[in-house]
Design a protein around this ligand. Structure first.
Ligand code: NAI
Length: 303
């Protein structure tokens, strides 16, 4: 496996257009990141309300970076012009890479990959931002498994420094090298994971979050004390329950189910209280209520 950096950067320079599917927390962040790095971006969602929320959140997020002096006004203007919103997958026909960030469901993602494979140009890479689902199985829905890869950004994508790249059984060296170079072009540090449920980050993070729910469920401590314990006691910037609200409780539950099914160990069984919160629609910050309640523009959990 070669890694010729100048050659790969030249390859990335040929990339003009990036398609992003799913305009939720992750998709909108990835689209924003790509636009601020000079790519033309199509952001697609099947839900028009999600697209309209993404338009507002991207614009205010870029503005925040300008106010902090991290982006210039020129980059802001250019990025906003480069972003286009759509609900028509045909708009992806010119994309050099399509990054999928829709709901964490293997069936739904497979259907989408089948569709993307039909409309994407032959050379295009199909990447998934999945937190835990097998890249090999997503790739099997396409006629180009060597061009399918996991490109797992962290939340929020414009800020977090890591991209976890996951190679499926058939992912080619070229696809891996180009995807890695693209992540580095975005200023990210890359780690590489083999295609096992949850990869590296969620294999380790989700059992901790689940254990925090069990501590809450069994009455070990209050939610505030569980979070304060992990923040002040282990120097985590957010407590595990607060972090679960930030990620989305539905996403945490889906990942735990993938870990449980894929690794076959009961230690990954989702805590009943997490299941119940999701059943109740308490999905975390994005819904204004999860473990904690949030105000309209939440900065921190309501006490
Ligand atoms: P989200 O719930 O905020 O957004 C998902 C979006 O996908 C929604 O707007 C929904 O309308 C749209 N969607 C669903 N099915 C679709 C389809 N067939 N075609 C087009 N759009 C569709 O979810 P979030 O948090 O952005 O997660 C997306 C993906 O990113 C998941 O695979 C998740 O595991 C992964 N991820 C999530 C992280 C997090 O912290 N939330 C971190 C890293 C990865």
């Amino acid at each position: 496996n070669y890694y010729n950096y100048p050659k790969l950067m030249a390859e990335i320079k040929k990339f003009k257009t990036i398609g992003v599917v799913g305009s939720g927390q992750m998709g909108s962040g990835i689209a924003q990141l790509a636009a601020t790095y000079g790519f033309d971006v199509w952001l697609l969602d099947t839900d028009p309300e999600a697209l309209s929320r993404a338009t507002k959140s991207i614009s205010s997020s870029i503005q925040r970076l300008v106010s902090k002096g991290q982006l210039s006004q020129d980059v802001r203007k250019d990025a906003l012009e480069r972003l286009q919103y759509t609900s028509n997958v045909e708009n992806f026909c010119s994309a050099d890479i399509i990054i999928e960030a829709i709901v964490e469901s293997e069936d739904v993602k497979k259907k989408l990959f089948l569709q993307l494979d039909k409309i994407a140009k032959r050379s295009a890479i199909l990447a998934s931002n999945t937190s835990s689902i097998s890249i090999t199985r997503l790739a099997s829905a396409t006629s180009r498994p060597h061009q399918v890869i996991g490109m797992h950004f962290m939340n929020p994508p414009p800020i977090m420094k890591l991209v976890e790249i996951v190679r499926g059984a058939d992912t080619s060296d070229e696809t891996f090298d180009i995807t890695k170079a693209l992540a580095e072009r975005f200023g990210k540090t890359v780690i590489c994971s083999r295609d096992y449920a949850g990869f590296v980050v969620n294999r380790i993070l989700m059992p901790m979050i689940n254990e925090a729910f069990y501590a809450l469920y069994t009455g070990v401590a209050t939610k505030e004390d569980i979070d304060a314990g992990m923040k002040l006691g282990t120097n985590h910037p957010m407590g595990p329950l607060e972090l679960a609200d930030f990620i989305g409780l539905d996403i945490c539950l889906s990942i735990l189910r993938v870990l449980h099914a894929g690794l076959g160990d009961n230690k990954y069984a989702p805590c009943p209280i997490l299941v119940q919160y999701v059943d109740a629609g308490r999905l975390g910050r994005k819904r204004g209520i999860g473990v904690y309640e949030y105000r309209q523009t939440p900065e921190s959990p309501k006490k």
